[in-house]
Write a protein that binds this ligand. Structure first.
Ligand code: NDP
Length: 249
């Protein structure tokens, strides 16, 4: 096997790093010697997360941004790349899930998911690409099992995650065509124990009470991202589907 990629000294932007999967990825990358820039809207959370990473010996900074505002999204990627003095990795983890029916759902919910899960991801990716070195970088999109099959009541969310899958493959083909060696990967998890599930299910019950079986932890997704990033440069993992063992569909 050719040599695995050594992440020491690499620079990464992680969107959606104020909580959940994005935060777990930021921590895991920092533990492995990557300088990380955390992006999201909740400034206090970002401050706290960065302090903890630095306390643990990592290099981290943050940029507060609403990624759905295109101008702000562009400026945030530029600011983060400048803070990091370049860029090797972009992890698109920011995302929103709501049960919004197609038959009688609220178009405000549809727009919120479309704007963040699809458009903001495309903008951040486009803006990040020019900062990657000539030898290539790596983009990881956090997709979902809902990008592979449609869960009941999650039709619109699912549509945005099918789009992430299409964008992952579409970008890959564009880059290969252009002779750009930047790798593009995604991860498609089933249920993960994060705040997103509270938004998705709503109500008082915990995600576990709703789902009724153990679910994945964000650290388990971070471990898979690390795996994708450290595989030899000649290996490009397009997608990883990962589910709690007890999840039926
Ligand atoms: P969280 O709710 O914990 O994380 C979502 C992140 O997105 C937060 O950091 C949030 O920060 C950020 N975010 C939301 N809106 C915006 C915005 N307008 N601008 C900038 N940042 C924003 O949930 P997860 O960690 O679970 O979600 C991460 C990804 O994982 C999503 O793409 C989701 O679809 C995907 N996923 C999650 C699964 C699960 O079961 N949890 C399963 C499969 C996929 P802030 O509010 O501070 O802006």
């Amino acid at each position: 096997m050719t040599e695995r990629v050594d992440l020491t000294g690499k620079r990464a932007i992680i969107t959606g790093a104020s909580s959940g999967i994005g935060l777990a990825i930021a921590r895991e990358l920092a533990r492995n010697g990557v300088s990380v820039a955390l992006l999201a809207r909740r400034e206090r959370r970002l401050e706290k997360n960065v302090s903890k990473i630095v306390e643990d010996g990592g290099i981290a900074d943050f940029v507060t941004v609403d990624l759905c505002d295109e101008e702000a999204n562009c400026a945030a990627i530029a600011a983060a790349a400048s803070k990091l003095d370049g860029l090797d990795i972009l992890v698109n983890a920011a995302g929103l899930a709501k049960q919004a029916n197609l038959s009688d759902g609220d178009s405000g919910d549809w727009k919120a998911m479309l704007n963040l899960n699809v458009l903001a991801l495309a903008v951040a990716t486009r803006e990040a690409l020019p900062y990657f070195p000539e030898e290539g970088g790596h983009i990881v999109n956090i997709s979902s099992m809902s990008g592979h099959r449609v869960p009941g009541k999650g039709g619109f969310y699912s549509a945005t995650k099918f789009a992430v899958r299409a964008m992952t493959e579409g970008l890959r083909q564009e880059l290969r065509e252009a002779g750009n060696p930047t790798r593009v990967s995604s991860i498609s998890p089933g249920f993960v124990n994060t705040e997103l599930l509270d938004h998705y299910f709503g109500g008082e019950k915990t995600a576990y009470e709703r789902i009724g079986h153990p679910i994945l932890e964000p650290e388990e997704i971070a471990d898979l991202v690390l795996h994708q990033l450290t595989l030899p440069k000649t290996v490009e993992v397009t997608d990883i589907l990962v589910r709690p063992t007890a999840q039926r569909t």
